[in-house]
Design a binder for this molecule. Structure first.
Ligand code: PFF
Length: 443
């Protein structure tokens, strides 16, 4: 099998982790939940929950060197073939990719339109954004462009496609964010943004903030979708999977925090509210940038390009678990598997974008949710929590403890193993079960 290099793996896994979740979603939910206290909850969720599951998936992939379904069977104590059904989690990547590609399309559209004009008023910016989400032709055009790019990269394989694109885009992303950070530091509101992000106001924390932090920790680290497991199957056999996991979680967190600092500095500089929700990046920021003249235009273009880069490296990872499954299970060529999975997410993406339009909205709305929202709901509220629970229960109760201990002690102490094992066996499943029940609206 074609393997990553160690650094190639870190870049690719960080490329998957760092995405719209970091640069778009993290800042807006931090804004919605009032800043510092939420950030601390989020950091705890990353360290104690997300990182534990990340290491678990990475261990499984590196050890089994197979697709998700086969890895579960191979790693189980009894070799029970029923564990192949744990492979259901690979569906999440494809479903997420369907609407993620549409959203990336919006951003690409923002890159292009930022070259000409930026909206000067919030109402105008809001209308532009709403019109875009209802405009079938434009969205179809950009969705096709994004989907085509993803398929093109993925077709080239792990080494020549995925590793290479991450090697190019990740440093570019880092450079753009670094430039924007330096600019933020030069602005008066930088210290206000730092206080907002890092001085906790505990009165703002409630159970829904806690659960949002937990859900975000999973989404941002690309967990419970089989992506990390699948990438780790291409991690060199002797690589220290604990260190690589920590590096990826660190990079991912750093990018989220830096994005938050940049965005809040910009918002405070313009006196705009921090709690604008999903429209923060699409509505509030363009208006601020337009007030800064030509510099604002350059910043707008760089910012949206950074979002596209971050998103593309995540998008290419989402398809890989299904690809590997098709290739191994049905002995398909990579090309055939890519065409099948690529067509699937492309068509689902079209359904997602049609479901927001005036002409198709009613037809594609079921039980009060349109198809776009359903795809988000099914993945983030059902499939991913379930997959996380299955993975942890599997590791805790159905895998030989000695095998896990040996894998760990090759690289670290028994104490670290015991902490990780307790977290994954007891703490994470309980936390995620509470999240799951809450997402389903039962509590
Ligand atoms: N981690 C990505 C982000 O933060 O945008 C999103 C993601 C990638 C989710 C891959 C799921 C996945 F399998």
């Amino acid at each position: 099998m074609n393997k990553f290099s160690r650094i190639g793996f870190i870049l690719a896994a960080a490329g998957s982790a760092v995405g719209l979740g970091n640069v778009w979603k993290f800042p807006y939910i931090t804004g919605e939940y009032g800043g510092g206290a939420f950030v601390i909850m989020y950091l705890l969720a990353i360290i104690f929950i997300g990182l534990g599951v990340f290491i678990a998936e990475s261990l499984m992939g590196q050890h089994a060197e197979a697709n998700v379904s086969t890895s579960f069977v191979k790693m189980s104590k009894s070799g029970n073939p029923k564990w192949k059904y744990a492979g259901f989690m690979i569906l999440s990547g494809l479903i997420i990719l369907s609407f993620y590609s549409v959203v990336l399309g919006w951003i690409l559209n923002y890159v292009i339109s930022s070259f000409s004009t930026l909206p000067t008023e919030t109402s105008q910016a809001g209308a532009t954004f709403t019109n875009l989400t209802k405009d079938i032709g434009t969205q179809l055009f950009y969705h096709t462009l994004i989907a085509g790019t993803v398929v093109f990269i993925v077709l080239k394989g792990i080494k020549d496609g995925i590793e290479k694109i991450n090697l190019i885009l990740m440093p570019l992303l880092a450079m753009i964010l670094f430039g924007l950070l330096i600019y933020s530091i030069s602005l008066d509101s930088f210290s206000k943004a730092m206080s907002f992000m890092f001085i906790p106001d505990w009165s703002k924390i409630n159970s829904s903030a806690l659960l949002a932090a937990l859900g975000q920790a999973f989404f941002t680290l690309s967990l419970a979708t089989g992506v990390i497991l699948t990438y780790s199957a291409s991690l060199p056999k002797n690589a220290n999977f604990i260190k690589t996991s920590i590096s990826v979680a660190f990079i991912d967190t750093l990018v989220a925090l830096v994005s938050g600092i940049i965005i809040f500095t910009f918002l405070f500089e313009a006196g705009a509210p921090s709690s604008a929700g999903p429209g923060l990046v699409f509505i509030s920021l363009p208006v601020i940038f337009s007030g800064w003249g030509i510099l604002g235009q350059i910043i707008a273009i760089s910012f949206f390009i950074a979002l596209v880069f971050a998103g593309i490296t995540s998008a290419v990872s989402m398809i890989e678990p299904s690809l590997m499954f098709f290739i191994e299970r049905f002995k398909m060529t990579r090309k055939k598997a890519t065409i099948i999975t690529g067509t699937t997410f492309y068509l689902f993406g079209i359904i997602a974008l049609l479901s927001m339009s005036d002409s198709w909205g009613a037809t594609l709305t079921f039980f009060g949710k349109n198809a776009f929202d359903w795809m988000d709901f099914i993945t983030s509220s059902i499939l991913m929590p379930l997959a996380a629970i299955v993975t942890c229960v599997f590791i805790g109760f159905y895998v030989d403890k000695k095998l896990l201990e040996n894998k760990f002690t090759q690289h670290t102490s028994l104490l670290v193993f015991n902490i990780w094992y307790t977290l994954v066996k007891y703490i994470v499943p309980v936390a995620v079960t509470i999240l799951f029940i809450n997402k389903l609206g039962l509590i």
